[in-house]
Write a protein that binds this ligand. Structure first.
Ligand code: PLP
Length: 487
């Protein structure tokens, strides 16, 4: 195995200690994964040009501290279980040695070394209620392939750099017309910028509008993807609670409230509770933003899926001023690896966002933008959404009915009228960890909701995605969950 670490013979730190530090950092930062085999001491010493005894000394220290384990005859491996407390308490080095230079991480870089903040749930369960994943097997992949190949031929316009970092103009036109029809968003093509999913949109918004120490109000509980971006760029977060009518806007004007520069909201389908921000609260929020001068970020990530109730127009469409940046994504209606989303910006922000997009990555992939334009303008998008809405509706009803029939009074279902997930509150004495771990052992993946709270979470709340699971699996998954809670 080739594995590169950097050793500096001129440094004051002894060589065996450098081997130890470099490997330890590689383990803590995930460059070396649990279970991964290390190179033999002989091959590493040869590639580094140092003695084998020096490398062995470094390995021995890591073995004694529990980072590595040795299996006689097979080699040395990274331990499967690096204790959590070790991951959280060992400060991760924010200085790296490259040749004779000592490089420090920026404040942004240093904030990304907080592993606790970035621990992602990796769910490999047989029945996976992880949220936010559309029904992949129902995506019209043959049609998509046809549209891609239509544009995948010699065509300098598709292969070249673009002169327009805002995105392929016909795609922006198609999005403007789709948003006006389906979400009552008021915008012209000139206000739309294509971005690499909502995540890049949020990143650009934070970079352009936030200084370290500025305050951003966020929903409590709320979406981690947004919070992580805000925190990484040095923002301070002000949590605003959510009730059955959505964000408690009055909390922005009562008590001690810092000077808020941005507020991030998911009004159509609050993440994770699923509640919809009522019309009176929408108007109240817009009035507050106008008065305070704060900008609202409206993340409309899955509003296409609304069951039964009439959709409420987007906040952006109700805005009389220039207080809203609307963020949209194709991750839910098509598929997340497409990495295409869009921002609808007030006119006065368009130029600076276009330049920031150019600096970040020049442009989003043109081939996919061309295919997506045809997908929208030829009517496939709205047809696909209609089909998925009816499929997800069935799956949602199956999930809600199974929960009620197995858990009865001991479950409260929240936010089931929209989206691709619902949130449940289970009346149980088991801890969230006990439930998620027992569920994992039973082959069922679920997310506890406590990581979505900045302050104390009430506990016993879980987010269950249902879009990518068939009805039989949904019933079986709920049956297994009930066995855990009632055993
Ligand atoms: C609240 C919210 N916004 C946005 C997204 C989508 O992010 P992206 O467009 O970067 O894939 C998700 C994904 O689950 C989400 O939950």
């Amino acid at each position: 195995m080739d594995f590169v670490i950097t050793i500096n013979p001129q440094a004051a730190l002894p060589l065996h200690r450098q081997v130890y530090e470099e490997l330890r950092q590689a383990i803590l930062l995930g460059r070396l994964a649990p279970g991964q085999r290390l190179p033999s001491t002989r091959s590493l010493s040869q590639s580094l040009g140092i003695s084998r005894a020096t490398v062995t000394q470094g390995y021995e220290q890591l073995l004694s501290e529990g980072y590595l384990e040795a299996t006689p005859g097979s080699g040395t491996f990274v331990c499967d279980q690096i204790p959590d407390d070790l991951l959280n308490t060992v400060p991760i080095q924010s200085t790296f040695h490259v040749a004779n230079l000592s490089l420090s991480l920026s404040a942004y870089g240093a904030s990304l070394t907080n592993r606790a903040l970035f621990r992602l749930l990796e769910l490999e369960a047989q029945i996976n209620f992880s949220y936010g994943r559309p029904a992949f097997d129902k995506f019209p992949i043959d049609l998509w392939r046809k549209l891609l190949s239509r544009h995948c031929r010699f065509n300098a316009d598709v292969l070249d750099y673009t002169t327009d970092s805002m995105g392929y103009r016909p795609l922006r036109e198609a999005i403007a017309s789709y948003l006006a029809r389906s979400r009552a968003v008021k915008c012209s093509t000139e206000q739309i910028i294509i971005v690499g999913g909502s995540q890049q949109g949020l990143d650009l918004i934070t970079r352009l509008l936030i200084e370290r120490g500025d305050w951003i109000a966020v929903e409590e509980p709320g979406y981690l993807g947004a919070r992580r971006t805000f925190l990484a760029q040095g923002a301070c977060l002000f949590p605003v609670s959510v009730d059955e009518s959505g964000l408690l806007v009055s909390n922005l004007t009562t008590g001690t409230v810092p000077n808020i520069k941005l507020i991030y909201v998911t009004p159509s389908h609050q993440f994770p509770t699923g509640v919809m921000l009522s019309l009176p609260r929408r108007l109240e929020l817009l009035a507050w933003a106008q008065k305070s001068g704060a900008m609202i970020i409206e993340d409309d990530y899955d509003s296409e899926y609304r069951y039964g109730e009439r959709p409420i127009p987007a906040l952006q469409g109700l805005d009389q001023g220039n207080s809203v940046i609307y963020v949209g994504t194709f991750s839910k209606v098509l598929f997340p690896s497409l990495r295409l989303g869009y921002l609808v910006l007030p006119h006065n922000l368009v130029d600076v966002f276009t330049r920031a997009k150019w600096l970040a990555d020049r442009q989003s992939s043109l081939l996919e933008q061309h295919a997506l334009t045809d997908f929208i303008t030829e009517g496939h998008l709205e047809r696909h959404i209609r089909r998925m809405r009816s499929l997800y509706d069935q799956r949602r009803q199956t999930l809600a009915q199974s929960l009620v029939s197995h858990f009865g009074e001991r479950v409260k279902i929240l936010g089931e009228n929209a989206g691709m997930h619902l949130m449940v509150k289970i009346n149980t004495t088991l801890s969230d960890e006990e439930i998620t771990q027992c569920a994992a052992l039973a082959g069922v993946g679920i997310n506890a909701a406590h990581p979505y709270y900045l302050k104390d979470s009430p506990g016993s709340e879980f987010v269950l995605g249902y879009a990518d699971i068939d009805e039989e699996q949904i019933k079986e998954g709920v049956r297994r969950l009930a066995n855990i809670v009632f055993s």
